[in-house]
Design a binder for this molecule. Sequence first.
Ligand SMILES: [Zn+2]
Length: 57
Amino acid sequence: MSTGEPRRLEIVPPPHPKTTPGFCETGQPMCQQPARLYAAGWRCRDHQPSTPQYDAA
Ligand SMILES: [Zn+2]
């Protein structure tokens, strides 16, 4: 009979990868482009919320 090894508690990462501040946290797979912080979270230009922007036209 083999001696039972003590079971280690493995650290299981959360299902969703941790977001990096400053990078877009939306999209599937995660966008992770350089982003700005909005009320909804970090969003890049492509994913930014539909808020009026200052148009420098
Ligand atoms: Zn994005």
